[in-house]
Design a protein around this ligand. Sequence first.
Ligand code: SF4
Length: 446
Amino acid sequence: MKLLLVVPAMEDEKEKRLKGKAFRMPQISLGILASLTPEDVSVSYVDENLEDVNYECGADLVGITVMTATAPRAYKIAENFKKVGAKVIFGGIHPSILPQEALRYGDSVVIGEAEYVWREVIEDFKRKKLKPIYYGKRVDSKDIGSPKREIFKNKGYYFTSILQATRGCPYDCDFCSVSLFFGRSFRNREIKDIIKEIEELNHPLIGFLDDNLMGNKKFAKKLFYELIPLKIRWLGQASLTIADDLELLRLAKKSGCSGLFIGIESIRESGLKEVNKKYQKAKYLLEKIKRIQEEGILIEGSFIFGLDSDTPDIFDETLEFVFKSKMALASFSILTPYPGTRLQKRLMEENRIISYDWRLYDCGHAVFKPKNMTIERLQEGLDYCWHKFYSYKNIFKRVFSLGYRFPLLGIPLFILNLSYKRMLFETTNISSWFSQKNYGFLPEPT
Ligand code: SF4
C-alpha cells in the first residue's frame, strides 16, 4: 500500500513558491502521522509550495492537510487523485469544522487530532472499509510524538530543526481557531522527551512550533532550565505575558531564546477587549515589549486590522507604536472570520460577511464589512503598513539600532527583514490582492 501525504499550496501561489522558500517549514503533523503509519505501508510526502504534485505516483491513499485558505486547492488535488482511482482523506482545522463540505470532494475526514485514529484509518482502508468520518480524541500529553523526519529530506526546506513541545493555548481569542481544534486545555510533553528530540536534531538553532510555548509558566521554566546545558539558540511563539515574569524571561534568554513571535493584535484598549485579550492592557504594551527586548530577545509583533473599534487612523497609530517599540520584525493582517469561530458567528449574525471564497481567508483580504471604514481603506491601510515598516530606510534604521546593541544578531536580522521585504513585494504585491475579480462568491458553508 502506498500512502501520500500532501500539503496544498494556496490557489495562485504556486508560481511564487520558490521565492518564498526561506519561510517554509515542514508540516510536522504529517510527519507525526508518517511515524504512526505501520511499517508495511510506503509513505511519501509532497509540499506543493515546493514541488508539483505527481498524480501518477501510484498512491492508493492520499492524506491532505487543510487550512481554510488552502481548502479550494486541497479539493482540486483530491478530485485529481480520485480520477486516477486513489482514495482521499482530509485532516486539519478546516475539514474538522466543515466535514460535510470536505466530503463533497474526498472520501473521508478526520475530525480533530488524528493520532489515536490513524491506525484504524489505515486498517479500514486496507479492508476497503474507509469510514466517511473519524473522530480523533484529544491526544494525551504523553502520546504527543515526534515526526518521522526522513519524509522531509531533500524536499528543499532550509530549516527543518523544528519540534512541538506543547499543544493548545489557555487563552481564548475571539478570532482564533486553535482552541476549537486543540481545546483550551494546555498539554505539554515530558521534558525528557523534548530534550531527547532536540539532542537528536543536533542543530544549533531550534524552532518551537507551539501556539504558546509559555502557556504554562511552571512547565516553561522547567523546560528552559533543562535547555541551558544544550547551548542551543531557539525561536518560538509566546504571549506578551512573558514580560510579567522576570524569572521566566531571564530563563528563556539563558536557555537560548533569540526571538519570539508575539500576537499583540491591537494597540488600543478597545481592540484588546474586542478580541478577548482583556488580560493585556494597552498602556503597558510598549513597556513589556521593551522589557523583553532589553533582555536580548528580539520580537516579531503581529497586528490585526479591521476590528470594530478600528478607525482609519489605526494604521498610523500602529506604525508609530511599532517604531517606538523598536521591535525587530512586524507582521500585519486583516481580521479573518475563520469557520467555527465566535467572530464568524457574530459577523454572520450581523450579515457582514461578504465572501465565503476560502482562497481569500488568508489574513490579507477583507472578507467582511468593517464597521468604521470602507473595505478599500482597510486594504490600503494594510498595504501601507507593510510598505512603510519594510521600506529600505526603516530596515536600515532598525537593523543599525538593534545590531549595535546585539552585534551577533545584526546580520541575521538584516537578512530576515530583507527576506520579508522580498517575499512580500516581489512575490506578493499586497495591493494587487484587492481587486474585484478576486471576489468570486462560493456558496455559504453548510
Ligand atoms: S493567544 Fe494566540 S493561540 Fe492563544 S487563543 Fe489567542 S491567538 Fe489563539
